[in-house]
Design a protein around this ligand. Structure first.
Ligand code: UD1
Length: 401
């Protein structure tokens, strides 16, 4: 990432009040994780009040508003409006803007989700102010410290009082790192809560293709289609890696259309390398970033998904759709052992071979990972209620609405 891009609307001051919970979101994958938590906290007869802070790490309508609308996430109480920049700038700016908000509101507990810069920045502010932190999706490890997310995960977990894990490997990782067992709660996967809650409303793939990729419709009806997403800096910011992946994708596109919703980081890389026209000519249908319901519909009906996203490895496992992960490691090993995921890396020959195999073979026999049943957020609420009660804070929290 280059120099800090300015996007500096002033943060709306938080209503000064003590108690209650606070949840932070910042980037696209956070929205799918916070939505079921906020919904579970709002359930009666005694809702758990929780304010919502958006750091503004992701701000484009396609990266934010569509998700808030489709997932019925309430308007944030505070938008820090931070925007894009280098990792240090973005993390520091989130911390700088979040500190007065947290100090004014002093929630009983700060809930952070996932592994983006906003997750770590806000957890660190809370730890310094003595506000306990709960980390949802704790303990995942790729063991690749070159990934910015790995740094965010390790540090957030060390700062957290309550750690909610999605799969057994995460618990083992945390225990190995010295986290006390009583802090760790295996609750399932909130991302899958969102998938199950919205499956019935997913936009049919045919509608999305007709609207955004009309040239792919006829071939897709005949051969099916593959769905591609790419956004990891290790894939898109290194021209030789990006070219290699796309070379393999162009070969795949001879066989069936490849639908490619393009992340802003990736769009910039494609433009720099002048690759967009070549891809379109090869039969790759490029679109802008899509909403949650459009992506879910496309994922569910795809013959094959190729991705470097963490969330899509989990979602394809839950949907039973074959997934090729274009990375050398995954922090979500249960998707390999139980699910439909195959780790293929970024070597073009390997991608071509794995895609050929996935298209010609039978669908992988997947088992649903334990507790990926759409109830993770309710389990988290139950743990939080116990925790608040033990601290004598439940009544104060409920009164903080
Ligand atoms: C971030 C997360 C990554 C997550 C991904 C999901 C970190 C370290 N990375 O990566 O873990 O998988 O979000 O998308 O937190 N941009 C826009 N509009 C936006 C947001 C970003 O155009 O609304 C552009 C900017 O040029 C920015 C670039 O995308 O510089 C990257 O955005 P950033 O949030 O820094 O990282 P992501 O690559 O999106």
């Amino acid at each position: 990432m280059s120099a800090p891009a300015a996007r500096l609307p002033a943060a709306r001051p938080a209503p000064p009040r003590e108690g209650g919970l606070m949840c932070v979101v910042g980037a696209r994958p956070n929205f799918m994780k916070a939505a079921p938590l906020l919904a579970a906290f709002a359930e009666g007869p005694t809702p758990l009040p929780c304010s919502l802070v958006h750091t503004g790490q992701h701000y484009d309508a396609a990266m934010k508003e569509a998700f808030f609308r489709q997932l019925a996430i309430p308007e944030p109480d505070v938008d820090l409006g931070v925007g894009s920049g280098s990792h240090a700038w973005q993390t520091a700016e989130i911390m700088r803007r979040f500190e007065p908000v947290l100090a004014a509101q002093r929630p009983q507990l700060l809930i952070v989700v996932g592994d983006v810069n906003s997750t770590l920045a806000c957890a660190l502010v809370a730890a310094k102010l003595g506000v306990p932190v709960a980390h949802v999706e704790a303990g995942l490890r790729s063991f690749d410290r070159a990934m910015p997310e790995e740094i965010n995960r390790v540090l957030t977990d060390q700062l957290s009082e309550l750690l909610f894990v999605t799969e057994p490997s995460a618990r083992e990782n945390l225990l190995r790192e010295g986290v006390a067992p009583w802090r760790i709660h295996f609750v399932g996967n909130v991302m899958i809560d969102t998938l199950r809650a919205h499956e019935a409303r997913a936009v049919p793939a045919a509608d999305t293709l007709a609207r955004l990729a009309p040239r792919a419709v006829r071939r897709a009806a005949e051969h099916g289609y593959a769905l591609l997403t790419l956004h990891r800096p290790s894939n898109v910011d290194r021209p030789e890696v990006l070219r290699g992946i796309l070379e393999a994708v162009a070969v795949l596109a001879r066989r069936l259309p490849v639908v490619f919703p393009v992340h802003p980081r990736t769009r910039a890389a494609l433009a720099r390398l002048g690759l967009e026209d070549d891809l379109a000519a090869a039969g790759v249908a490029l679109t802008g970033p899509l909403g949650y319901l459009e992506t879910l519909g496309l994922m569910r009906e795809a013959r094959l998904v190729l991705t470097d996203s963490g969330g899509m490895q989990e979602e394809t496992t839950a949907l039973g759709v074959p997934c090729l992960t274009l990375r050398e490691s995954t922090e979500r090993p249960v998707t390999l052992t139980h699910g439909t995921n195959t780790l293929v890396g970024t070597d073009p020959a390997r991608i071509r071979a794995a895609a050929g195999q996935a298209l010609s073979g039978a669908r992988p026999a997947a088992r649903m990972p334990e507790l990926w049943d759409g109830q993770a957020a309710r389990r988290i609420r139950a743990v939080l209620e116990r925790w608040l009660r033990d601290r004598g804070a439940l009544r104060r929290c409920a009164a903080g609405a």
